[in-house]
Design a protein around this ligand. Structure first.
Ligand code: DC
Length: 242
C-alpha cells in the first residue's frame, strides 16, 4: 500500500552536526515517507564489535563479527527502533564509546558491503509501503541510492557543528565540552572522508546546502522547494507546518 506524498528516494548526506537527522526525520514525517538512519546501523555493528572484545582496527575480526550480527531497524519516522538481536540499542549506540570507534568499523569494506545490501532492501521495502523514503548517511547519493530522485549534501562550519553536537548531547543527558566535541567531530570527518571504501563525499548531482546560518525550518523549506521543483509529490500537498 502506498501511503505518503513522496515518490522515490531523497538522499541526505553530510558530516555530523549539520542537522541531518532532525531534518531527515521531520522531512519524512511531513511527506508521509519512510525514514532510514544508516548511521545507526554502523553504530549497531560497532556496538557488537566492542561487546565481542574485538579491536575496531582488526579488520578480519570486525568482518567476522559483522557477518554474524542480526541487526534490525525500523523505517517509521514516528517510531525509531534499532535492535541488535532482540535487544533495543537505540540509546547505547549514541554513547561516547561507540562514537569513538564507529569510524574505524565503518571503514571496513565487508561491513559496508553487508550494510549496503540491507539498506537497499530496506529502501525498496519502504518505497513499496510508503511510496518514498528519506535516507540519511554519508554515501547514500554516491553508493546506496545513486538513482535517488533528490540528493542533498548538508554542510556547516566546524564550529556550528560542534555547537549543535554539544547541545544534542546535553539534551540527551550526556556530558561533553565544546572543545572535546569539536575535536571529535573533526577527527571523525577526517576519517570518514579519507577512507578508501565509499568515503563521505557529495555526489556530482547533489544539491549542497550550507546550514551554518539556518534553523531546521529554514533547511526544510529549502528542501521542500526542491521536492516541488522536481515534482516528487504524488498527491496534493497538505498545508501542514513544521
Ligand atoms: O550519522 P552518525 O553520526 O550516526 O554516523 C555514525 C558513523 O557512521 C559516522 O562517523 C560515519 C559512519 N557512517 C558511514 O560511514 N556511512 C553512512 N552511510 C552512515 C554513517
Amino acid at each position: 500500500m502506498v501511503e505518503g506524498e513522496l515518490r522515490g528516494v531523497i538522499a541526505l548526506d553530510g558530516p555530523s552536526g549539520t542537522g541531518k537527522s532532525t531534518v531527515a526525520r521531520r522531512l519524512a514525517a511531513h511527506l508521509g515517507a519512510g525514514y532510514l538512519d544508516t548511521g545507526a546501523m554502523y553504530r549497531t555493528v560497532t556496538l557488537a564489535v566492542l561487546r565481542a572484545g574485538v579491536a575496531p582496527s582488526d579488520e578480519a575480526a570486525v568482518t567476522r563479527v559483522a557477518e554474524r550480527v542480526t541487526l534490525s531497524i525500523s523505517t517509521d519516522p514516528a517510531h525509531q527502533e534499532v535492535r541488535l538481536g532482540e535487544e533495543s540499542v537505540g540509546i547505547e549506540i549514541r554513547g561516547q564509546v561507540v562514537t569513538g570507534a564507529v569510524s574505524a568499523v565503518s571503514a571496513v569494506p565487508r561491513v559496508r558491503e553487508l550494510l549496503r545490501i540491507q539498506q537497499q532492501e530496506l529502501i525498496a521495502g519502504a518505497c513499496d509501503s510508503y511510496g518514498g523514503i528519506v535516507v540519511e548517511g554519508r554515501d547514500i547519493g554516491t553508493a546506496i541510492a545513486p538513482d535517488a530522485a533528490l540528493k542533498i549534501f548538508l554542510t556547516a562550519s566546524s564550529d556550528a557543528r560542534a555547537q549543535r553536537r554539544t547541545s544534542q548531547d546535553a539534551a540527551e543527558g550526556r556530558t561533553s565540552t565544546l572543545d572535546a566535541t569539536k575535536q571529535d567531530v573533526d577527527r571523525r570527518d577526517r576519517l570518514d572522508s579519507s577512507r578508501a571504501a565509499s568515503p563521505l563525499q557529495a555526489a556530482d548531482d547533489a544539491v549542497r546546502l550550507d546550514t551554518t546560518h539556518l534553523d531546521v525550518a529554514g533547511v526544510l523549506d529549502q528542501i521542500l522547494e526542491l521536492v516541488d521543483e522536481r515534482e516528487l509529490r504524488g498527491v496534493a500537498a497538505s498545508p501542514g507546518r513544521w
